[in-house]
Design a binder for this molecule. Structure first.
Ligand code: ASP
Ligand code: MG
Length: 407
């Protein structure tokens, strides 16, 4: 008997009718002769509503309390789903993250899984149960409830699939799979049949909000195939897996964009050892992840240092960096939160000349100014004004002929 882990996102379990239809899909998988472990997100916008509720009584709720509160969203959906399965005549049991053996560190609201001891999950499977695990949560060694960060149920699902050595982890959501670009921006965007972990990781990190990037990372480490498909249709989705043929296809797989970008520039920094570390270490301590970092070549031993953070982290980042900038003798510290990132992604681009040039030419032809450029082995990213990102994505999708299925 194969074990399958399925995850259903918030919009797939948004109300009682949808939960009943998810229950029927789970039953089909079970009747196909499989053992099934299901991970659920909170119903619809529950998590946002709970955050709103907390803020109504306290603008800065304590993180520990907030995590316990948010974890309840998934408890609700998991129990309701178990009840729906009972009503169809199936054995099912809901478990919280803690009961499922998910141990995390104590970084509230972005906790990482340290260990997974799925003893209880296995026992319940052995009793013939469909096991429903509340996503997005775990428990610290000190028995405090934590959450894994927004969208974290994907990570719960892949972690469980890897630990239980499932055949596949299926992520059911409100989109049909992974597309060559956001179909809301580019109507010609195409659904990919398959994509490699690395490429998916870049897409997920760079704003294609199909999946939590940490889930893709875990999938890669454990070589767990992940299916992304719609919970509302039976259309085949996208398989994320390793070992994709690299040479024979179009090397740009997708265009990602992200509006959640803010830029900080420390102007007039003395060019001497220790400056970058003085600026970035406090950011790390404050758990602010810094993305693109650019330091200019210095003129007369004075340079500028620019980096980007998520918009939500900008105020924090500025309040940390401003005093440091002052103490190291920088001229000033400025920020801009009206930026966006646009990236082309594909394995093998690095070894083929012309991709970067084509990207820059395409943006130039649209009259789009590039503010910062970064690259990795499999991606080229430009930071542009947020008001031009839509044009950029459309033009790049066309320039790299992504509407054509290249076999
Ligand atoms: N309910 C949480 C959120 O909305 C986790 C998840 O959906 O995966 O972010
Ligand atoms: Mg959600």
């Amino acid at each position: 008997m194969a074990l399958i882990v399925q995850k259903y996102g918030g919009s797939s379990v948004a109300d009682a009718e949808k939960i009943k239809s998810v229950a029927r899909r789970i039953v089909e998988t079970k009747e196909g002769g499989n053992e099934v472990v299901v991970v659920v997100s909170a119903m619809g916008d529950t998590t946002d509503e709970l955050i709103q509720l907390a803020r109504q009584v306290n603008p800065k709720p304590q993180e520990r309390e907030l995590d316990v509160l948010l974890s309840t969203g998934e408890i609700v959906s998991s129990t309701i789903l178990a009840m729906a399965l009972h009503n169809l005549g199936y054995k099912a049991v809901s478990l919280s993250g803690a009961q499922a053996g998910i141990e995390t560190d104590a970084i509230y609201s972005k906790a990482r899984i340290l260990r997974l001891e799925p003893k209880r999950v296995i026992e319940e499977l052995e009793k013939g149960n469909i096991v429903i695990v509340a996503g997005f949560q775990g428990i610290t060694k000190g028995m405090d409830i934590t959450t894994l960060g927004r969208g974290g149920s994907d990570t719960t699902a892949v972690a469980l699939a890897a630990t239980l050595k499932a055949q596949i982890c299926q992520i059911y959501t409100d989109v049909e799979g992974v597309f060559t670009a956001d179909p809301r921006l580019v109507p010609e965007a195409r659904k990919l049949k398959e994509i490699g972990y690395e490429e998916m990781l870049e897409l997920a990190t760079l704003g294609a909000k199909v999946m939590h990037s940490r889930a893709v990372e875990l999938g890669e480490v454990y070589n767990m195939p992940i299916l992304v498909a719609s919970s509302f249709s039976d259309k085949s989705g996208t398989i994320i897996h390793g070992g994709i043929m690299m040479e024979v296809r179009n090397k740009v797989r997708g265009i990602a964009h992200d509006l959640n970008v803010a830029k900080v520039t420390v102007v007039g920094v003395p060019d001497q050892p220790g400056i970058a570390s003085a600026i970035f270490e406090p950011l790390v301590k404050a758990n602010i992840s810094v993305d693109t970092i650019v330091q200019n070549a210095s003129i007369n031993n004075i340079t500028d240092l620019t980096f980007t953070v998520a918009r939500g982290d900008l105020d924090n980042a500025m309040s940390l960096v401003q005093p440091i900038a002052k103490s190291i003798g920088a001229r000033k510290c400025v920020s801009d939160s009206t930026l966006a990132k646009v990236s082309i992604i594909g394995t093998g681009m690095q070894n083929t000349p012309g991709y970067a040039a084509n990207m820059f030419r395409t943006l130039y032809e649209q009259g789009i100014n590039i503010q910062l450029i970064t690259t990795s082995e499999i991606r080229i990213t430009c930071i542009v004004g947020e008001d031009r990102v839509e044009d950029a994505v459309k033009a790049l999708h066309k320039a790299f002929e992504l509407e054509r299925d290249v076999i």
